[in-house]
Design a protein around this ligand. Structure first.
Ligand SMILES: [Zn+2]
Length: 198
Protein backbone atom coordinates (compact mmCIF):
# COMPACT_ATOMS: atom_id res chain seq x y z
CA UNK A 1 0.00 0.00 0.00
CA UNK A 2 1.31 3.46 -0.88
CA UNK A 3 0.36 6.78 0.71
CA UNK A 4 0.18 10.38 -0.51
CA UNK A 5 0.81 11.66 3.00
CA UNK A 6 2.60 9.99 5.86
CA UNK A 7 0.20 8.03 8.12
CA UNK A 8 0.02 9.64 11.56
CA UNK A 9 1.70 6.98 13.67
CA UNK A 10 4.73 6.80 11.40
CA UNK A 11 8.07 8.37 12.21
CA UNK A 12 11.37 8.55 10.42
CA UNK A 13 13.65 5.66 11.28
CA UNK A 14 16.44 6.31 8.83
CA UNK A 15 17.69 8.70 6.16
CA UNK A 16 20.07 7.61 3.47
CA UNK A 17 21.69 10.59 1.80
CA UNK A 18 23.56 9.26 -1.20
CA UNK A 19 25.70 12.38 -1.46
CA UNK A 20 26.40 13.14 2.21
CA UNK A 21 26.72 9.59 3.51
CA UNK A 22 30.38 9.08 2.60
CA UNK A 23 30.51 5.55 4.05
CA UNK A 24 27.58 4.47 1.88
CA UNK A 25 29.06 6.11 -1.24
CA UNK A 26 32.47 4.50 -0.64
CA UNK A 27 30.95 1.05 -0.02
CA UNK A 28 28.79 1.29 -3.17
CA UNK A 29 31.72 2.43 -5.33
CA UNK A 30 34.09 -0.27 -4.07
CA UNK A 31 31.43 -2.98 -4.42
CA UNK A 32 30.55 -1.74 -7.94
CA UNK A 33 34.20 -1.94 -8.99
CA UNK A 34 34.63 -5.44 -7.49
CA UNK A 35 31.46 -6.64 -9.27
CA UNK A 36 32.60 -5.10 -12.57
CA UNK A 37 36.04 -6.75 -12.40
CA UNK A 38 34.52 -10.07 -11.30
CA UNK A 39 32.34 -9.99 -14.43
CA UNK A 40 34.94 -8.70 -16.91
CA UNK A 41 38.09 -10.64 -15.97
CA UNK A 42 36.78 -14.24 -16.23
CA UNK A 43 34.94 -13.34 -19.46
CA UNK A 44 38.19 -11.88 -20.79
CA UNK A 45 39.88 -15.25 -20.34
CA UNK A 46 36.98 -17.00 -22.02
CA UNK A 47 36.68 -14.68 -25.02
CA UNK A 48 39.70 -12.35 -25.13
CA UNK A 49 38.79 -8.80 -26.18
CA UNK A 50 41.24 -9.06 -29.09
CA UNK A 51 38.94 -11.64 -30.68
CA UNK A 52 36.29 -8.93 -30.79
CA UNK A 53 38.33 -5.85 -31.47
CA UNK A 54 40.34 -5.49 -34.60
CA UNK A 55 42.56 -8.53 -34.74
CA UNK A 56 40.29 -10.99 -36.46
CA UNK A 57 40.37 -9.57 -39.98
CA UNK A 58 37.22 -7.57 -39.54
CA UNK A 59 36.62 -4.75 -41.99
CA UNK A 60 37.15 -1.14 -40.94
CA UNK A 61 33.41 -0.45 -41.24
CA UNK A 62 32.54 -3.38 -38.99
CA UNK A 63 35.17 -2.27 -36.54
CA UNK A 64 33.71 1.24 -36.37
CA UNK A 65 30.23 -0.23 -35.95
CA UNK A 66 31.44 -2.37 -33.03
CA UNK A 67 33.01 0.54 -31.16
CA UNK A 68 30.19 2.92 -32.08
CA UNK A 69 27.56 0.54 -30.74
CA UNK A 70 29.66 -0.11 -27.64
CA UNK A 71 29.75 3.63 -26.96
CA UNK A 72 26.00 3.96 -27.56
CA UNK A 73 25.36 0.97 -25.29
CA UNK A 74 27.67 2.21 -22.54
CA UNK A 75 25.87 5.57 -22.41
CA UNK A 76 22.42 4.31 -23.39
CA UNK A 77 22.09 1.74 -20.63
CA UNK A 78 22.17 4.56 -18.05
CA UNK A 79 19.09 6.11 -19.69
CA UNK A 80 17.40 2.70 -20.06
CA UNK A 81 18.15 1.93 -16.38
CA UNK A 82 16.59 5.16 -15.10
CA UNK A 83 13.63 4.95 -17.51
CA UNK A 84 12.84 1.45 -16.18
CA UNK A 85 12.96 2.78 -12.59
CA UNK A 86 10.63 5.56 -13.80
CA UNK A 87 8.20 3.15 -15.48
CA UNK A 88 8.10 1.01 -12.31
CA UNK A 89 7.42 4.12 -10.20
CA UNK A 90 4.54 5.03 -12.55
CA UNK A 91 3.16 1.49 -12.49
CA UNK A 92 3.57 0.56 -8.82
CA UNK A 93 3.67 3.96 -7.15
CA UNK A 94 0.96 5.40 -9.40
CA UNK A 95 2.80 8.68 -9.48
CA UNK A 96 5.12 10.66 -11.73
CA UNK A 97 8.82 9.98 -11.33
CA UNK A 98 11.40 12.75 -11.29
CA UNK A 99 14.68 12.26 -13.10
CA UNK A 100 17.97 13.90 -12.30
CA UNK A 101 21.71 13.81 -12.49
CA UNK A 102 23.95 14.83 -9.60
CA UNK A 103 27.19 14.95 -11.55
CA UNK A 104 28.12 11.59 -10.03
CA UNK A 105 25.06 9.49 -10.70
CA UNK A 106 21.72 9.59 -12.48
CA UNK A 107 18.52 8.87 -10.59
CA UNK A 108 14.80 8.37 -10.97
CA UNK A 109 12.97 9.31 -7.80
CA UNK A 110 9.50 9.07 -6.36
CA UNK A 111 9.13 12.22 -4.33
CA UNK A 112 5.37 12.34 -3.99
CA UNK A 113 4.44 8.92 -2.57
CA UNK A 114 5.35 6.90 0.48
CA UNK A 115 5.92 3.43 -0.95
CA UNK A 116 5.83 0.18 0.98
CA UNK A 117 8.46 -2.50 1.08
CA UNK A 118 7.54 -4.90 -1.74
CA UNK A 119 6.71 -2.37 -4.47
CA UNK A 120 9.82 -0.39 -3.56
CA UNK A 121 11.99 -3.50 -3.87
CA UNK A 122 10.51 -4.13 -7.34
CA UNK A 123 11.12 -0.49 -8.36
CA UNK A 124 14.73 -0.76 -7.16
CA UNK A 125 15.53 -4.07 -8.85
CA UNK A 126 13.54 -3.74 -12.10
CA UNK A 127 16.41 -2.27 -14.21
CA UNK A 128 18.88 -4.92 -13.01
CA UNK A 129 16.49 -7.77 -13.76
CA UNK A 130 15.09 -6.50 -17.07
CA UNK A 131 18.34 -5.30 -18.67
CA UNK A 132 20.14 -8.51 -17.64
CA UNK A 133 17.26 -10.59 -19.01
CA UNK A 134 17.45 -8.71 -22.33
CA UNK A 135 21.24 -8.78 -22.78
CA UNK A 136 22.27 -12.16 -21.35
CA UNK A 137 20.65 -14.20 -24.16
CA UNK A 138 22.14 -11.77 -26.72
CA UNK A 139 25.65 -12.53 -25.41
CA UNK A 140 25.23 -16.11 -26.62
CA UNK A 141 23.16 -15.37 -29.74
CA UNK A 142 25.57 -12.92 -31.39
CA UNK A 143 28.66 -14.19 -33.23
CA UNK A 144 31.68 -14.70 -30.95
CA UNK A 145 33.34 -11.55 -32.32
CA UNK A 146 30.42 -9.46 -31.07
CA UNK A 147 30.15 -11.05 -27.59
CA UNK A 148 31.73 -8.10 -25.78
CA UNK A 149 29.12 -5.66 -27.05
CA UNK A 150 26.10 -6.96 -25.07
CA UNK A 151 28.32 -8.43 -22.34
CA UNK A 152 30.11 -5.19 -21.48
CA UNK A 153 26.85 -3.21 -21.36
CA UNK A 154 25.22 -5.90 -19.20
CA UNK A 155 28.22 -5.97 -16.84
CA UNK A 156 28.22 -2.16 -16.56
CA UNK A 157 24.52 -2.20 -15.68
CA UNK A 158 24.94 -4.96 -13.08
CA UNK A 159 27.82 -3.04 -11.54
CA UNK A 160 25.74 0.15 -11.68
CA UNK A 161 22.91 -1.61 -9.83
CA UNK A 162 24.98 -2.23 -6.70
CA UNK A 163 23.41 0.81 -5.00
CA UNK A 164 19.93 -0.53 -5.83
CA UNK A 165 20.85 -3.90 -4.31
CA UNK A 166 22.16 -2.08 -1.22
CA UNK A 167 18.85 -0.26 -0.84
CA UNK A 168 16.91 -3.53 -1.10
CA UNK A 169 19.20 -5.16 1.45
CA UNK A 170 18.47 -2.23 3.78
CA UNK A 171 14.73 -2.60 3.06
CA UNK A 172 14.79 -6.31 3.94
CA UNK A 173 16.23 -5.48 7.35
CA UNK A 174 13.73 -2.66 7.96
CA UNK A 175 10.45 -3.17 9.90
CA UNK A 176 7.68 -4.88 7.93
CA UNK A 177 5.54 -1.73 7.72
CA UNK A 178 8.38 0.44 6.37
CA UNK A 179 7.46 3.24 3.96
CA UNK A 180 10.03 4.81 1.67
CA UNK A 181 10.04 8.23 0.11
CA UNK A 182 12.81 8.98 -2.35
CA UNK A 183 13.75 12.63 -2.60
CA UNK A 184 16.20 12.05 -5.42
CA UNK A 185 19.57 11.97 -3.74
CA UNK A 186 18.24 11.11 -0.26
CA UNK A 187 15.85 8.37 0.78
CA UNK A 188 13.80 8.45 3.95
CA UNK A 189 12.50 5.36 5.72
CA UNK A 190 9.44 5.55 7.99
CA UNK A 191 7.83 3.03 10.33
CA UNK A 192 5.17 2.92 13.04
CA UNK A 193 7.15 0.31 14.95
CA UNK A 194 8.83 1.69 18.03
CA UNK A 195 12.15 0.65 19.48
CA UNK A 196 13.55 -0.72 16.27
CA UNK A 197 15.83 2.09 15.24
CA UNK A 198 17.99 1.09 12.34
ZN1 LIG B 1 19.12 2.08 -10.23
Amino acid sequence: MNYDTLPESFWRIRTLDMQKDKKWAAAVNVAALVVLLALLIPAGFWIPLRECAGFDGRSFGEEMLFWGLLLVGAVGYIFAHELIHGAAIRLLGRTKPTFGFTGLFAYAACQTKYISKKPYAVIALAPLVLITAALLPLCFLVPRGWFWLPYFVMAANISGSVGDIGVVWMLLRAPRDVLVIDRGTAMEFYSAEKGRRR
